[in-house]
Design a protein around this ligand. Structure first.
Ligand SMILES: Cc1ncc(COP(=O)(O)O)c(C=O)c1O
Length: 356
C-alpha cells in the first residue's frame, strides 16, 4: 500500500509564526491591522491556525471552498471572501464568509436576498479601482453606488479598500493612499458610515509603509506573500527579520545518467507546444525528478544546490546536476515563489509535511 508521495512540501510552522509576529509588530506600530490572506496555502486549517494563534483576527481567501475548510475546522477568525462573489454563489458566501469584498450592485443585491433568507446581516468591503485596473468601483461612481447599497436591508458596509500591483503592477504610493483616505473620509462624513476597515493594499504596500511619514487613516492591509515568503512584492526584497524559507519543496531523483546536453535528432514542438532551445555543454549528468508541471509550477522553483533546471513536462523535471552528482533516490530541495507555492498546496500528489 502506498501511504506517502515521493514529493513533498515541508512547512516550518515555527518560522511561519515568527513571520506573523514580525509583521504584526511592524504594521501594528502604526495602527495597521493585518488580514491574513490564505489562498496561497489553500486555506489549510493547520497553517491558518498559526496565523490566528499569533494574533491575526481576519483571514481572507478568494475561494469559498477554502473558507469552508477553515470554518469547518473551527478556526477562530472572521472569514473574508477576497474576490467579488459570482452571482451564482451568493448563498454559499453568506454561509461561509462573515465579510466579502464587492464591486457589483447586482451581486450585493443577491447577497442581501441570501442573507435575508438566512436571517443574518452580511458585511461587505467596497473595493475601489485606484489604477491597477482589476476589480473595483471607479472613485467617481462611489457615492451613487453607496446610496444604492444603503437601501439593502441585510447588507452592512464595513470598509473600503483598494488593490495594487496585481494586474497592472501599479505601485501603492503616498498619493494613492491619500486618495483612498479622502474617499473614506467623504464616505464616513456624508453617509455617517463608521468604516472599520480602510484597507490600503497587500504585500506591495511595504515600501510605502516604510517611507510614508503618515499612513493617514489606512488601518488595514491584506497580506499573503509577505507572511508566507517573507518578502514585499514590488521588487521581491526580503523583509528584515523574516524567513523566506518557511516552505521547502522536495523531490526525488528517479534517473541519473551522463547524457548529451542537447537533443539528438530533428526537433519539433515539445509536450506543451513550445520549441525550447538548449545550450550545448557536451556530456552532462542529467538527473530526472519524478515531478512535473502537473505537480508544481516548475518555473517558480529555485534549487538550493548549484544545479540547473533544464526543462520539464507533466511528470518529469530534468536537471543538469553540475557538480552535485545527483544519484537515483537523492532528494533535491527548492525554494518556491508564490505561484509555485499555490501549485503545490493545491496538488494532491504533493505531500504536506509540517515541522513544528
Ligand atoms: C484583493 C487582494 N488583496 C490582497 C491580496 C494579497 O496579496 P499579497 O499576497 O501580495 O499580499 C490578494 C492576492 O492574493 C488579493 O487578490
Amino acid at each position: 500500500m502506498i501511504d506517502f508521495m515521493s514529493s513533498r512540501v515541508e512547512i516550518d510552522l515555527v518560522k511561519l509564526g515568527s513571520n506573523v509576529e514580525v509583521l504584526l509588530k511592524l504594521y501594528g506600530a502604526k495602527q495597521i491591522g493585518i488580514m491574513g490572506v490564505t489562498k496561497g496555502i489553500c486555506g489549510t486549517p493547520k497553517i491558518a491556525q498559526v496565523l490566528v494563534s499569533k494574533g491575526i483576527q481576519l483571514l481572507a481567501d478568494s475561494k469559498i471552498g477554502n473558507l469552508k475548510k477553515m470554518r469547518e475546522a473551527d478556526i477562530k477568525a472572521e472569514l473574508v471572501l477576497l474576490r467579488t462573489p459570482s452571482l451564482s454563489e451568493t448563498d454559499l458566501v453568506i454561509k461561509y464568509a462573515d465579510i466579502s469584498i464587492n464591486t457589483e450592485l447586482a451581486v450585493i443585491k443577491s447577497l442581501s436576498a441570501a442573507a435575508l433568507r438566512r436571517d443574518v446581516q452580511h458585511k461587505i468591503i467596497l473595493m475601489i479601482d485606484m489604477g491597477d485596473m482589476r476589480e473595483g468601483i471607479l472613485p467617481v461612481d462611489l457615492s451613487p453606488f453607496i446610496e444604492e447599497v444603503l437601501l439593502l436591508p441585510a447588507i452592512k458596509i464595513v470598509g473600503i479598500g483598494a488593490n495594487f500591483a496585481c494586474l497592472g503592477g501599479v505601485i501603492p504610493t503616498d498619493e494613492k493612499m491619500k486618495s483612498l483616505c479622502l474617499l473614506a473620509a467623504h464616505t464616513q462624513a456624508v453617509y455617517q458610515l463608521p468604516l472599520a476597515y480602510i484597507s490600503g493594499g497587500n504585500s506591495a504596500n511595504y515600501n510605502w509603509f516604510l517611507v510614508s511619514e503618515n499612513n493617514g487613516t489606512i488601518n488595514n492591509l491584506r497580506l499573503g506573500e509577505s507572511i508566507f515568503l517573507g518578502r514585499e512584492t514590488l521588487g521581491r526584497t526580503k523583509i528584515p527579520d523574516m524567513f523566506t524559507d518557511v516552505f521547502t519543496f522536495v523531490a526525488e531523483v528517479i534517473e541519473s545518467k551522463m547524457k548529451s546536453s542537447v537533443p539528438d535528432g530533428d526537433t519539433g514542438q515539445n509536450a506543451f507546444g513550445e520549441s525550447p532551445q538548449f545550450q550545448n555543454r557536451g556530456l552532462i549528468r542529467r538527473a530526472i525528478l519524478g515531478v512535473g508541471c502537473q505537480d508544481v509550477l516548475v518555473t517558480g522553483l529555485t534549487p538550493r544546490l548549484d544545479i540547473e533546471i533544464l526543462g520539464s513536462s507533466s511528470d518529469h523535471t530534468v536537471i543538469d546536476s553540475k557538480r552535485a552528482d545527483l544519484q537515483v533516490g537523492d532528494e533535491v530541495r527548492f525554494d518556491l515563489n508564490y505561484g509555485a507555492l499555490l501549485s503545490v498546496m493545491t496538488s494532491s500528489d504533493v505531500d504536506k509535511l509540517y515541522i513544528s
